[in-house]
Design a protein around this ligand. Structure first.
Ligand SMILES: [Zn+2]
Length: 250
């Protein structure tokens, strides 16, 4: 009789554990922000903020902040950014003297790292793109080779976002090659959305590459009041949509 009691109690404990695991799992999936229908948000470094929503069923809004243009020579702002007490995503430009060092420092400090891929804009200023840039006149093979080299120079990258690229991200052939390489390396693509003609969303969906799009830039105007205004906008977007992806610059 005593043994039967023990078995019943054990069965209850087991059921409780199963139930708890299920609820916990559903909650964590539920809280993950949007991306292509059904898939996980590729930017894992997000932080929740105080939500005004009170219902237990409401989603806690999430924000991902991506800081572009690491890898350059300005080490003061890099040092400041890498000591920030906030889980940002660090986007590093390839093949610059500090690309490797910044990527390694960022990942060692616990930040998520992505490749900040220079891509051809509509109005090309060759000097702003730097080495390893993807131009639309490159062959498929050249794009592939260049992108693999770029990725080699940014260790621990888990995704790619575009630096400029209004022309390249609107080009199906170019983006298909870029996204195929991303898929081969299990990387997500964050579209910085530098053009409204971007083909990245439908292509990444077709190719099965995790994709997310930038909601706002934080520092188009580099003034404190303007950046604060963008931060309030970022919070509004996250409250409305469940998440927001924002890009600033180091
Ligand atoms: Zn950039």
């Amino acid at each position: 009789m005593k043994r039967q009691h023990s078995i019943i109690i054990l069965a209850f404990v087991f059921m409780f554990i199963l139930l708890f695991a299920r609820v916990f799992n559903e909650k964590s999936v539920y809280q993950k922000p949007y991306v292509n229908a059904g898939s996980d948000h590729p930017l894992s470094y997000t932080f929740p903020f105080e939500s005004q929503q009170t219902s237990a069923q409401d989603i806690t809004p999430k924000i991902a902040i991506v800081i572009d243009d690491f890898g350059g020579a300005d080490t003061t702002s890099v040092d400041e950014m890498l000591s920030i007490n906030c889980p940002i995503t660090v986007a590093v430009m390839p093949n610059l003297p500090n690309s490797r060092e910044h990527a390694l420092r960022a990942s060692t400090a616990g930040f998520q790292v992505i490749l900040h891929l220079p891509m051809e804009p509509d109005y090309v200023e060759p000097n702003c793109l730097g080495p390893g840039a993807i131009y639309c006149n490159l062959t498929d093979e050249e794009i592939k080779e260049r992108l693999v080299e770029d990725l080699d120079s940014v260790p621990s990258a888990v995704g790619i976002n575009n630096h400029t690229g209004s022309r390249a991200t609107a080009n199906r052939r170019v983006m298909k090659v870029v996204l195929e390489v991303a898929k081969e390396h299990s990387l997500f693509f964050l579209d910085s959305l530098t053009t409204n003609k971007s083909v990245v969303a439908p292509l990444s969906r077709d190719l099965g590459v995790p994709y997310v799009a930038r909601n706002i830039f934080l520092d188009d105007t580099v003034k404190e009041y303007a950046i604060k205004r963008q931060i309030y906008r970022m919070v509004d977007i996250a409250r409305k949509n469940g998440s927001a992806v924002c890009i600033g610059h180091v």
